[in-house]
Design a protein around this ligand. Structure first.
Ligand code: FES
Ligand SMILES: [Fe+2]
Length: 402
């Protein structure tokens, strides 16, 4: 006799589904680094979009980007040199102009008719260099222009970029998911969000977040010598698929500090990306303030941002890609965010309204805040107990062993 088992939805095992990461890369502007680093009269190598690019500044100061692999015999132009306005290949000295045409072959009478390589649209603003990628090869879309930063190094009352980069060995969708993931800020970053709202519209995706600092996490702060923070207010927006501007205000005991945090990336290939981030800080309006002090503080802030990304990286290193995340009520709109993100991967004429229509979602933080307050209090109490026990042990005179 066989027992008839009435399986219900609650009995069924949930299976993780995922497809391989897309072979194409997102359409949009991608920041590749600080402008000043490309203005040294040398060609630079950028491993991006599954290939290699060469980047340099011409005599007019314009940033030029070409495929790095020379169309003659495949030499790497980024290992060559700048001669006049052209990049000269280290292999046989063919000279390539920023317009993608070979201008001269010193040892030849004529340049072949088809001596033309791929050019990439590039631009510089706010001290940053951007490259446009489009799998269909189209010119930059005006609506996707990167806005000028309000504050930041273009404003003399703000510090220069304190900047850092790191290679992350996973597909870049993982970092995009962060936009809607409130709970991980508590568990991974030891932050304490109290307000969380997302808005997606057109090519932008915004995360509005307010948070308080955690009393059980002070030691970490103290260890790196950062001042005591009370909380923060952050408005972070992706402008296109990879460039986030975060207007981030830190609330300290002595007042507020306005900062701009850039969080951006470009894909190296489908399974790795370069993460670039930087902070600029409004200098405090104190008379006879030492300007170097603000720069030093900005450098410390970047160190905390680095810690934050390292925490994400540790998760990404060990997790799996998942196309069907199983969500609870207090999770953010992961599926809607991924639909928004999809607009940068489909052909331009395949973008649908559900990818770009305005979508707003404010998380009800009542339950998480309650749970997290309790957890913080427990941690603080446990720590106080441990400290008291340690003090008591130290007070007992040591008995001497015979
Ligand atoms: S491969 Fe570049 S000049 Fe020959
Ligand atoms: Fe994160």
């Amino acid at each position: 006799m066989t027992a008839v088992h009435n399986s219900t939805a609650a009995d069924e095992v949930r299976h993780i589904e995922f497809e391989a990461a897309p072979a194409r890369f997102a359409r949009g502007w991608h920041c590749i680094g600080l402008e000043k680093d490309f203005r040294d009269g040398k060609p630079h190598s950028i491993q991006a979009f599954g290939t290699k690019l060469v980047v340099w500044a011409d005599s007019q100061g314009e940033i030029k980007v070409l495929d790095a692999y020379c169309r003659h015999m495949g030499g790497d132009l980024s290992q060559g040199s700048i001669k006049g306005d052209e990049v000269a290949c280290p292999f046989h000295d063919w000279r390539w102009g920023g317009d993608g045409r070979c201008k001269q072959i010193p040892y030849s009478r004529r340049v072949p008719l088809r001596a033309r390589t791929r050019t990439w649209h590039a631009m510089a603003q706010d001290g940053l260099v951007f490259v446009w990628h489009d799998h269909e090869g189209s010119a930059p879309i005006p609506e996707q222009a990167i806005p000028l930063i309000d504050g930041g190094p273009s404003d003399p009352t703000w510090t220069d970029w304190a900047w850092a980069t790191t290679v992350v060995n996973t597909n870049c969708r993982e970092i995009i998911d962060n936009v809607v993931d409130m709970a991980h800020f508590f568990y991974v970053h030891h932050a304490f969000p109290t307000y969380f709202k997302n808005t997606f519209e057109g090519h932008t995706a915004t995360q509005l977040q307010k948070g308080v600092n955690r009393d059980d996490m002070r030691p970490a702060e103290v260890a790196i010598g950062a001042p005591k923070r009370l909380g923060n207010t952050s408005v972070a927006t992706y402008h296109g698929p990879s460039f986030m501007i975060d207007d981030l205000i830190y609330h300290y005991e002595h007042g507020d500090t306005r900062t701009v945090l850039i969080n951006c990336h470009y894909p190296i290939d489908e399974n790795s990306f370069m993460l670039l981030y930087g902070i600029s800080m409004q200098r405090p309006e104190v008379e006879d303030d030492d300007p170097a002090a603000a720069d030093a503080l900005a450098a410390k802030m970047v160190a905390t941002v680095r810690l934050g990304f390292e925490q994400d990286v540790e998760i990404w290193k060990n997790k799996t890609r998942i196309d069907n995340p199983l969500l609870c009520e207090e999770d953010g709109p992961v599926y809607q965010l991924r639909r928004w993100y999809e607009q940068f991967y489909v052909d331009a004429d395949q973008v649908t309204p559900e990818m770009t229509d305005r979508f707003e979602f404010e998380l009800d933080t009542t339950k998480p805040v309650e749970a997290w307050q309790r957890e913080v209090q427990e941690n603080v109490a446990r720590r106080a107990e441990a400290a008291a026990a340690e003090a008591a042990a130290a007070a007992v005179p040591q008995t001497q062993d015979a």
